[in-house]
Design a protein around this ligand. Structure first.
Ligand SMILES: Cc1cc2nc3c(=O)[nH]c(=O)nc-3n(C[C@H](O)[C@H](O)[C@H](O)COP(=O)(O)OP(=O)(O)OC[C@H]3O[C@@H](n4cnc5c(N)ncnc54)[C@H](O)[C@@H]3O)c2cc1C
Length: 327
């Protein structure tokens, strides 16, 4: 039996917020879109996990809104019941931006955006190449995709690796822009507690010094029915320990979190975000990489282009769709 193949107008690599925003825009404009993501869930760094009866947001914890179009978008998610304000003011950060959370978890937003879009999940694009009229992508299940145009939303180092698989040559200035992008890492620990935590309402704690950057109480947040916390290691701690034994590193973070917990850890899991947030970004909201080349339309998008947060990912996805429609 031969492997199935797909023939959309546009292949989008990544079902994070950038990929899903681009997919929605393009589908509205009449393009046939296929999104492929290596993850089992939707949302990329908007990630959730269940451990026993506990539920965790272990990637992005909330969204803030700055641009009017994104404010409007978040209001639509609130109306649809997949987002709601979580808090706007905590100790050390009085009266700052409203933080919106996904309902019941952050991934609800991605699931909502994915409605009506063709998505292959748990499917990695292992190689990309091009012909005169389009792109060919090889998937890890043996199938292939031929598409007129392609949008890639993976973190820049992974995009660079993908480009190398098919020897896709970009102009030097575009390669330099991609190579300049830098991310910080984040080690996330998800721990079930034997009782409610000591973290005060609304269940969010930001720390400026030490190995921990953030602790959230998923039970207070309304994500988990059982006491369950997410600990994010600081950028310095995560960079130092990213490739160490994950359980030993988690125990260090749990020990550092002890004064805030007021309960014992029953069970924990760890996730390593190698590319957590971009700290050196491109100055444009997406990159039309095929511009001034003979390549078929190729666009890079994601939070490294329009801002290191959920909002940036969405704005970049929209910008990518617009660039493709206009090219
Ligand atoms: C720990 C952590 C905490 C954060 N906290 C916040 C926060 O509180 N507020 C905030 O606004 N932002 C936060 N962020 C940042 C926010 O999550 C990101 O800015 C945003 O989700 C990025 O979306 P994206 O679509 O650009 O990328 P991603 O969500 O990373 O999507 C890229 C997708 O591409 C897929 N992919 C990559 N390579 C391939 C391949 N070869 N084949 C198939 N699929 C592939 C990946 O699986 C992934 O799903 C946080 C991020 C992390 C990691």
């Amino acid at each position: 039996m031969t492997s199935p193949s797909y023939n959309p107008d546009v292949l989008i690599i990544g079902a994070g917020l950038a990929g899903l925003s681009a997919a929605n825009e393009l589908q509205l404009a009449g393009y046939r879109v296929l999104v492929v993501d290596k993850g089992r869930g939707l949302g990329g760094r908007l990630a959730g996990r269940r451990i026993g009866g506990a539920t965790f947001d272990h990637g992005a914890q909330f969204m803030t809104t700055r641009q009017p179009r994104f404010v409007e978008q978040v209001n639509k998610w609130v109306d649809a019941g997949v987002a709601e304000p979580w808090y706007s003011s905590v100790t050390g950060q009085p009266n700052s931006h409203v933080r919106y959370r996904g309902v019941p978890t952050m991934t609800a937003i991605a699931k909502y955006m994915a409605q009506g879009i063709d998505i292959l999940r748990a499917t990695r694009v292992t190689a990309i190449g091009h012909e005169d009229n389009g792109w060919i992508a090889i998937l890890d299940n043996g199938a292939s995709v031929s598409a007129d145009s392609m949008i890639i939303t993976s973190p820049a180092p992974q995009t660079i690796e993908l480009l190398a698989t098919g020897n896709t040559q970009l102009p030097n200035d575009k390669c330099a822009r991609l190579n300049r992008i830098v991310y910080e890492s984040c080690i996330a620990v998800m721990a079930i507690l034997d009782g409610p935590s000591n973290i005060s309402s609304p269940g969010a704690l930001m720390l400026d010094v030490g190995p921990i950057a953030w602790i959230s109480d998923n039970q207070q947040k309304g994500v988990s029915s059982l006491p369950a916390i997410t600990i994010h290691g600081s950028a310095a701690f995560s960079a130092k320990y990213l490739d160490y034994d994950r359980n030993l590193v988690a125990k260090k973070l749990i020990a550092a979190a002890k004064p805030y917990l007021g309960a014992n850890v029953l069970e924990f899991q760890v996730h390593r975000w190698r590319y957590s947030k971009p700290i050196v970004m491109d100055e444009h909201s997406c990159m039309l990489a095929s511009e001034h080349t003979s390549l078929p339309p190729l666009i890079f998008a994601g939070d490294a282009f329009a801002g290191p947060r959920v909002e940036g990912a969405v704005l970049s996805g929209w910008a990518a769709a617009e660039a493709l429609i206009n090219c």
